[in-house]
Write a protein that binds this ligand. Sequence first.
Ligand code: SF4
Ligand code: SF4
Length: 119
Amino acid sequence: MIMEAETKKWIEKHIDKVVDKFRYGKLKVSDPEWCPCFKNDKCHAIGLADMNCFLCYCPHYENDKEEGGCKINNEKGGWHLSDKLTTGRIWDCSGCDWPHKEENIKKVLRKVYSIDGEN
Ligand code: SF4
Ligand code: SF4
């Protein structure tokens, strides 16, 4: 419990620095082996000047269904249809910037650590 409280305090104090470290442009230089996309270009073109990689995998993705899905029905995602898939469709997030926006990353972190009443 003490450890949890200490971690929470640390996150509260350093949240801007933590998130900043994961900016695509910075991480690409500080840790070039982190992701194969650092050798060429971003994983998907979403129009953000400097997308953030902290939430590489979106917490809203529906993992329990074979065809995936978006738990918040974000309209920037959509179904990719294909006869080659057993489900006939799969949820495609390539047009969505939600997990790469810093305000959303901070929201997730605050929720995880119950900071500022986000729980
Ligand atoms: S979000 Fe993930 S896959 Fe995309 S560039 Fe960043 S680390 Fe790589
Ligand atoms: S990336 Fe966007 S569309 Fe995909 S699960 Fe997350 S919020 Fe939904």
